[in-house]
Design a protein around this ligand. Structure first.
Ligand code: GLU
Length: 458
């Protein structure tokens, strides 16, 4: 029975890298019909924050990585102490006196004699200065068969004795991790490459505690396009931010999948249900994955194109209401449909389709200079006349009015199509012009075109 765990520390938000670790664990559990355990590593009381915890849980839920069991290390301190005591009793660990002088030496130069001695004498300081429990590291060679990297050999003679319980009474990461992995019956540890140096220390602890050593799969790091470690600049964005930008959860999960794994045959679009069937941890790449925002955008674009419009609108609606409070929901569907397949995220839609929602549109200066600089009073007013005559204001009829007009004026379509688009939308690109005219409605189209008509030049 496979039991895997994802063990985030709530000292920051869930980012691309940790979300991918969560995904590979979750996927492995689902693929093997095992359990996915969420363990919050919140022993560092100062750096752990409730807001980060909430964000991590929310992001995992949004991505669809449901967990079967949930544990908080902060509630398990007694257990860690009990196991440390056991190692002490068996002579595998020893006590180390805290440096009594530490409290007086660690003071900043600004401290006065008085504040220093007051601190040293505070009763809780005495409490804090309990003895640390240290694990004796026996020099030996340990070998693991990493499921991704193959055989790795470590020489523990270069490893110092390990602190298990610090003098402030809290457990160290390596110790709490091993006690929990052992007690929770974790069968596979799937985590980032950056933890490889912890693995030999943990292996010694599993065996000292009499636990089975799990199998390991160390996933290669994700690098930015420039080959450096993923940073804010190269895409280390929090999952909650992607959500706010209007990325779809299945698209982001699809993208995360490709960061180190591939369904084969150069396939890039794969649903999570298919991935569950095809995923094998051994197939994860040995080399670093490269985060590529263009690829993520391409995938999100695809998912937006394929989504039912009403579902997209559900996601978009809160954003839309915030930006354009006057909008009626029933008017948005057909506009959104025009943009599906053109936008990389839902926020793009709010920017690109602004002219549907605003009374006064903003005209791009460059576009204005290029397409509206010479007088089009005659052309625009004739077009308005043609539209006015229409009994049925539909795309087909609008197009016919336009085609007849360019024929009559003996000009190319391009001569008129771009200026009309800029006058109506403020932009040089967008969906088909006749669709745009149809959706804007006759009155708004007339009003926007009339702005460019000078009576004396008609
Ligand atoms: N809390 C550790 C981290 O966030 C967990 C590492 C592990 O999976 O063992 O990196």
């Amino acid at each position: 029975m496979v039991r895997v765990r994802f063990a985030p520390s709530p000292t920051g938000r869930l980012h691309i890298g940790s979300a991918r670790t969560a995904l590979f664990n979750w996927l492995y559990a689902r693929a093997k019909k095992g359990s996915f355990i969420l363990r919050i590593e919140d022993t560092d009381r100062e750096r752990s924050k409730k807001e980060y915890l909430d964000q991590i849980l929310e992001s995992l839920k949004w991505l669809g990585f449901d967990w079967d069991e949930l544990y908080f290390q902060s509630k398990r301190l007694d257990i860690y102490k009990e196991y440390a005591q056991k190692l002490l009793n068996e002579g595998k660990a020893y006590l180390e006196k805290p440096e009594i002088l530490r409290f007086t030496q660690d003071t900043s130069p600004k401290d006065t004699e008085q504040s220093r001695s007051a601190r040293v004498q505070k009763p809780e300081d005495k409490d804090k200065r309990r003895e640390a429990i240290i694990f004796k590291v026996q020099p030996q060679k340990v070998k693991i068969k990493d499921l991704i990297h193959g055989e790795i050999e470590f020489d523990t003679s270069v490893i110092k004795d390990q602190v298990l319980i610090k003098s402030d009474g809290t457990a160290t990461y390596n110790f709490a991790c091993v006690v929990d992995d052992g007690l929770l019956g974790i069968t596979h540890v799937i985590r980032g490459d950056d933890h490889i140096s912890n693995t030999p220390k943990q292996i010694l602890l599993y065996s000292a505690l009499g636990f089975n050593t799990p199998q390991f799969a160390h996933i290669p790091l994700i690098l930015g396009k420039d080959g450096s470690r993923l940073s804010k600049r190269t895409g280390a964005t929090a999952i909650s931010e992607y959500k706010a930008l209007g990325y779809l959860s299945p698209a982001l999960v699809n993208y995360l999948l490709l960061l180190g794994w591939s369904p084969g045959q150069n396939r890039e679009i794969i649903s999570i249900t298919e991935a569950i069937k095809a995923f094998e941890i051994e197939d994860v790449n040995k080399t670093a994955a490269i985060f590529d925002l263009d690829k993520l955008n391409w995938i999100n674009n695809h998912y937006i194109k394929e989504s039912p419009t009403e579902e997209l609108l559900d996601l978009l609606w809160p954003l839309l209401q915030k930006r354009y409070p006057q909008t009626e929901r029933s008017a948005v569907s057909s506009v959104l449909k025009l943009y599906q397949g053109r936008i990389n995220n839902l926020l793009d839609f709010l920017d690109w389709a602004d002219f549907f929602f605003l009374d006064e549109i903003e005209i791009n200066e460059e576009a204005k200079a290029k397409f509206l600089e010479h007088d089009l009073s005659k052309e625009f007013s004739l077009f308005i006349e043609g539209l006015d005559k229409l009994e049925v204001f539909n795309v087909e009829n609008i197009e016919r009015v336009f085609r007849d007009l360019v024929k009559e004026l003996n000009i190319t379509s391009r001569k008129l199509i771009h200026p009309i688009r800029v006058a109506l939308t403020g932009k040089t690109i967008g969906p088909g012009l006749f669709d745009v005219i149809h959706l804007l409605g006759k009155e708004r189209v007339k009003k926007r075109l009339k702005k460019w008509v000078r009576e004396e030049n008609k």
